[in-house]
Design a protein around this ligand. Structure first.
Ligand code: SF4
Ligand code: SF4
Ligand code: SF4
Length: 305
């Protein structure tokens, strides 16, 4: 039988430079926290003797200088507050998200809702390697999804449809990638430069730039740290549900196949990533796969931008 090592060995407990103290990291998916929970964290911090907390890169809150002998009580209080013990070791760590389309004018997807769903499915799983997951609402990539072990980015592909283009150049002005030009009085898209941010679609006063709606690009094997690496593209899917399904499958694949002691980014080839990607793509139903160049027959109110 496995010995229960208790809360002291959990990933959210970090021994400090002065080993008489530890820092406690919380689980706050997407960095979303209610005013009551914030007040609760303030109360817990004061109760156990620290005069400040720290916001982390992974959108959690850490409580520094916690007394190790009171860990059970502290983690119980944090759990009651709805901000339980987080993850730090070889686990799935706090899932992060940008504001997404609920607040940001550039957002193509609801990044927060997707991060919360992913958190429910995979947070805290013990893994052979650290798994960091980040969701961004658009290619501006404010949470750097491509520098995480698993990244999700919301995109929209613009498709130029025939119509009364006046050559007004509004779409050209809006495109930061220089992917649209006016030729012979009408706009022409250069798909090799386009990054599917979707900004031009909103700009055309005559609605000549359409799309098939948002899609979710999933990348694997990114890494920040000492030797940053950009994640590899795995697949693009058309719904939030399909995106969280894919993320869970990647987590299971890493759990089954990866070796400990090496970053995921450094073992993708040994893990035969390309073969995994091809198999995974073949298992995704047609209606969930994003295909370039397709215009939705019925562009919903959600996606008509
Ligand atoms: S990644 Fe895009 S949607 Fe998200 S906050 Fe940045 S600009 Fe907005
Ligand atoms: S989607 Fe973005 S990058 Fe592509 S053409 Fe439109 S504005 Fe430019
Ligand atoms: S904004 Fe619309 S009408 Fe103006 S150049 Fe672009 S596609 Fe043509």
């Amino acid at each position: 039988m496995l010995k229960d090592l208790g809360v002291h060995k959990k990933g959210g407990v970090i021994t400090e430079r002065n080993p008489e103290y530890c820092t406690i990291r919380t689980r706050i998916p997407a960095g979303m926290i209610t005013p009551e929970q914030l007040r609760g964290i303030a109360d817990i911090a004061e109760r156990y003797g620290t005069d400040a907390v720290q916001m982390t890169v992974r959108q959690t809150i850490e409580l520094p200088h916690m007394p190790p002998e009171q860990l059970d009580a502290i983690t119980r209080d944090l759990s009651t507050n709805g901000t339980p013990l987080g993850a730090e070791r070889d686990e799935v760590k706090n899932v992060i998200a940008c504001t997404g389309n609920q607040r940001c004018i550039f957002g193509n997807i609801d990044a927060v809702a997707l991060a919360l769903e992913i958190d429910k499915r995979v947070f805290g799983r013990e893994m052979p390697v650290k798994i960091r997951i980040a969701v961004s609402g658009c290619p501006n990539a404010c949470t750097s999804p491509m520098l995480n072990e698993i990244g999700v980015m919301g995109k929209i592909e613009p498709i130029r449809v025939p119509g009364m283009c006046t050559g007004c150049g509004t779409c050209v002005e809006y495109c930061k990638e220089d992917a649209i030009a006016i030729k012979k009085g009408i706009s022409v898209l250069d798909s090799s430069k386009c990054i599917d941010c979707g900004v031009c679609i909103r700009s055309c006063p005559y609605d000549l730039l359409k799309s098939s709606g948002p899609y979710y690009l999933i990348t694997v094997g990114g890494n920040r740290g000492r030797h940053p690496k950009v994640g590899r593209e795995l697949v693009a899917v058309r719904s939030s549900r399909a995106a969280s399904d894919v993320v869970e499958k990647v987590v299971s694949w890493v759990y089954r196949k990866a070796w400990s002691g090496r970053l995921l980014a450094d073992q993708l080839d040994d893990l035969q990533f390309e073969q995994f990607a091809a198999e995974l793509r073949s298992q995704i139903p047609d209606e969930d796969l994003f295909r370039t160049g397709v215009i939705a027959e019925d562009i919903s109110a959600d996606t008509a931008i």
